[in-house]
Write a protein that binds this ligand. Structure first.
Ligand code: SAH
Ligand code: TMP
Ligand code: ZN
Length: 407
């Protein structure tokens, strides 16, 4: 029996992807024999409506001094965070004297650099030492730590409380969310705003985006599940916004209870979630069926191309690709290599399936017949820069929201 991380109620499991390696655990051949695996399974809590992993990987195995994901590899995301920073400055800092901004999971400083440039007091909390160092090199103040209520107390006593606390694509990474919510309650000024965004459960379900499910993503948030958690800490969701990043994300604005009147977005979103059925187990059973169908279709397509001697390579060695390659059985005899712009991944092999990761230059120098778009969440940015690939008859294979060939 599995217990909910949030409310301890019994969880209803609904999908299992089998044995999985660490999504960002790109490795060298001498490490293959000791590669770590866990069981990737997901369940729904009927009590607090939180969708969550059933087995968790130790955080030190995922976030360390060799963390492979550098946020600034996407210029599109840099623009997205630039706009978030502007919004925070105009809406929440303009009237404050000497404001203070904290970010949880600040990575290489992609968001906080927008505050650092204007000498706005800021602090990033980032446990992966290599990316935190990259942030410091850009002039972004960062401490190397996992955010929790102890760190929140320490930051508040050393700097005072925060006017804005920001977190992007990290809340869903943290299994011990009670300690995080308690930390927010302590660190946030009475009139301050906590703003966070993560891939949204409604999009995952509607688009069959099962590759959002991997070790780092402990939770898959709906507005209801977030409301249920934060209301226990006298914190309140006062506004939500949807964004077309990372395959569909939801931004939540949270303040101390009773300070702001919630906007109409909150009720509208709660109603939408009811219509999609995010509160019902049967929705997740249907999701599982769609996932299995998608897997079978992708596998069949790739095997057909192999039989026709077509060259197929993976485009972007994303963390999401680890779920797809392992779950669908995509091995090096099917996929020649994966190209990625991140130096720390290049020359290594993909987790579990051991497909070589090569440079982007290699892709450009010798275009394949087909590129399997593992970075589908960056499709707009990628397709815009790969016009030559298409002009030379190259085709894209995508699998979200459905398996298809484009081009
Ligand atoms: N905010 C960035 C990075 C997201 S990746 C962006 O949106 O692009 C998630 C980041 O959160 C990683 O850099 C990871 O090291 C960090 N992280 C993981 N657990 C954390 C925790 N408990 N507290 C703070 N940061 C954490
Ligand atoms: P993400 O989906 O977790 O954001 O990971 C993005 C990965 O994709 C990262 O390793 C960098 C890589 N990438 C490319 O190789 N080319 C690109 O054009 C983009 C946008 C990303
Ligand atoms: Zn629960």
């Amino acid at each position: 029996m599995y217990q909910c991380q949030i409310c301890t109620h019994k969880i209803e499991p609904f999908i299992s992807f089998g044995r999985m390696p660490i999504a960002n655990g790109f490795l060298m051949p001498d490490q293959f024999s000791e590669e770590y695996f866990y069981n990737l399974k997901v369940g729904f809590c009927p009590e607090c409506e939180m969708v969550q992993l059933l087995e968790f990987v130790d955080r030190e195995k995922m976030f360390h001094e060799q963390y492979a994901f550098f946020s600034s590899t996407s210029s599109f995301m840099a623009r997205h965070f630039g706009m978030l920073a502007e919004k925070v400055k105009c809406s929440f800092l303009a009237e404050v004297r000497d404001p203070f901004v904290v970010e949880i999971g600040s990575n290489d400083g992609i968001l906080l650099e927008n505050f650092a440039r204007q000498n706005i007091r800021h602090l990033g909390v980032e446990p992966s030492a290599n990316v935190a160092e990259a942030a410091r090199e850009k002039g972004v103040k960062s401490i190397c730590a996992f955010f929790d209520d102890d760190i929140a107390r320490q930051i508040a006593s050393e700097n005072g409380r925060a006017d804005a606390i920001l977190a992007a694509n990290v809340m869903c990474h943290i299994p011990y969310l009670h300690s995080v919510a308690a930390g927010i309650k302590i660190l946030l000024k009475p009139g301050g705003m906590f703003i966070f965004e993560d891939p949204y459960l409604g999009d995952i379900v509607e688009k069959t985006a099962y590759d959002q499910i991997y070790d780092e993503h402990a939770f898959y948030f709906s507005l209801k599940s977030i409301h249920n958690l934060f209301s226990q800490y006298d914190l309140e969701v006062i506004h939500t916004e949807s964004y077309n990043v990372h395959g569909g994300s939801m931004r939540f604005y949270i303040s101390h209870k009773g300070i702001h009147t919630p906007s109409s977005s909150v009720m509208t979103q709660i109603d939408k979630e009811c219509i999609i059925g995010l509160h019902q187990h049967k929705t997740y059973e249907l999701f599982r069926k769609s996932v299995e169908k998608s897997r079978d279709q992708l596998k069949r397509l790739l095997l057909n191309l192999k039989n026709e001697n077509r060259r197929v390579v993976g485009y972007a060695a994303t963390s999401k690709s680890t779920t797809v390659t392992n779950y669908c059985g995509i091995t090096p005899d099917i996929l020649e290599y994966m190209s990625d712009t991140t130096p720390i991944k290049q020359g290594k092999y993909s987790p579990g399936t051991h497909i070589p990761v090569r440079t982007y230059e290699e892709f450009k120098a010798n275009y394949p017949d087909y590129a399997l778009l593992f970075g589908w969440n960056h499709a707009e940015e990628i397709m815009a820069k790969e016009k030559t690939f298409c002009d030379r008859n190259g085709k894209w294979i995508v699998y979200v929201p459905k398996v298809q060939i484009i081009g």
